[in-house]
Design a protein around this ligand. Sequence first.
Ligand code: SAH
Length: 254
Amino acid sequence: MNAPKPRPGFPARLPLGPAAPTPARVRPLAPPGPPASSGVGLDSHAVRQAMVRKLSAQGIGHPQVLAAMGTVERHRFVDSALVNQAYEDTSLPIGLGQTISKPNVVARMLELLCHGRSLPLGRVLEVGTGCGYQAAVMSLLAKEVYSIERLRGLHDKARENLRPLRLPNLHLLLGDGMLGFAAGAPYAGIVAAAGGEAIPGAWTDQLAVGGRLVAPAALQPGRQHLVVIDKTLNGLQQTVLEPVHFVPLKSGVV
Ligand code: SAH
């Protein structure tokens, strides 16, 4: 595996101590299911491994995150017309004006979430289920995943996409994720796939002590960055990382 490459101007790794020395094994997704009818599905394993090698060359170094990215079949989460692009490092439309983040961004966020912590994480919350892809990857890294979506159409689509994977530790919720999901709190981790101007207080309130939040936010007007917040016994520690472009965090359920 290539050594992680630092990104210019931003710390490649949070200064959180050494990564947990756990082996690069994640639970396989059961059942494997029939191959997708399109060309990429028939040999998607090889295409996915190529994607993982590229992620690794781009500086993603966390073994379990890479293994999880190599396990979840991304092509099952995109429209059939886009299946051939499913393993390219590009964001793709998933309907209702929303996009699935590119693999590098998903891996980067989950690496930040997992860095230096023993896996599986406990309970985690994803805000912005979208097509359900990132939730499926998270289900391999945490004991329980709650994923909340405000658009009914996407919530239903994610449910359909995820049904064949039978992930008993993944719970899909329809609701306004700006409020978090209090019933599942406290969370060992929170990840948001949509960004507002600030990190909602409900998220930090619902984070466990020792928990970590990874989310995009435009803390300065018009300039969205990836933000990491650690909740410690001494309070919240915030780190602002590289610029990113996520869809807007909106309130209410539609
Ligand atoms: N993780 C997703 C990415 C989806 S894009 C995937 O793998 O496909 C971000 C999603 O956040 C969109 O579906 C959008 O509708 C949703 N979103 C925006 N604001 C939200 C809110 N307040 N609560 C829940 N979901 C929200």
